[in-house]
Design a protein around this ligand. Sequence first.
Ligand SMILES: [Zn+2]
Length: 374
Amino acid sequence: MQSQALNYSPRGIILLLLAVLLTPGCILLPTFEGRPANPGGLGAPFEDGYRDFKGVIHCHSKYSHDSQGSQEEIIGAAKRTGMNFLIMTDHPSSKAIPRGLKGWHEGIFFLVGAELSQGGWSMLALDIRQYLEQDQPTQQLLEEIKGQEGLAFVGHMEGVKTWDFEGYDGLEVYNVHADLAGDPRLTMLLKALFLPPNFFYASSVDRPSRNLARWDELSRERKVVAIAGNDAHANVKLFFGVAGTVGPYEQVFKIVSTHILAKEVNQQALRDALKQGHCYFSMDIFGDGTGFKLLAQDGHRQVIMGDEIEWSSSLELKAYSPGRGRIKLLKSGQLVHQVEGQLLDYRPPGPGVYRVEVYRKGRFWLCSNPIYVR
Ligand SMILES: [Zn+2]
């Protein structure tokens, strides 16, 4: 059943029928109009020539031991959800890199990468050329990724115990799989049985507060880029599959997306935007975030999220949200200013690492990369 949060197994259907018969009423939840701000997923260019490209990072296919997803399913789901790019991250296998999706497919640009388990967490190697062995010390693995000119992002960062490695580009601050797996299983099962997919996911996703705090801490030292990982497998089993499977690609793509600000989409532009932190993520389950922007302006000089700028008394930080919400400006993780609406304007009193979060109907919706005011 494509439209359900679960692809029900026969026993799942019996459970569902029993549950429906025994349930007296419906569950009330705040509703979010699922209409995207930009149905094509591609924002009009800003004055500085940047466009907003929406994509999925962290996706598995049949080349991973824990997924059966076909490339046709992935391309179809990416098209239907208005994605402009997608970065594959299969677990290591000899076929994943040579045969994985790359380049243009039906109007979507693909990069190939890998998810390399480090025991409790993983290193996401994006845009690599060859198979990488995951059973090696993290620092050595990082050097191999850099040797292939790949980008390295710490995946499932909540599982990292000792941060004794360096040279990575950024963090997967939000991961769909980790977020859903963090909720009590019985609650999840009941919600999955009773709620349509949009409500199921809208009621289950949370602000990744611990990861955000760690990111804020690390960004005080140097630039650390944040992305969101969909971690789509199309095979998250509930109760060992007895109750069915959560999350076909299309549904997992609808939950969250990472947006890059670039002038075009191609391998170099995507890499550069991710490396520089010209990106943000949007919990699309609460509305398409396309068009969101954070910039700093000082006279004629203007920079966007991910960039650095010198502090001066005339420097202004500006955030634009594509929909009304509570826009919060944080300096090294501490709230310094907030407004209700679509525009935030602020003169920072001094240097700092400034980033924005937008909340829609009280829910964590948009998260920018910082502007580093030096
Ligand atoms: Zn994964």
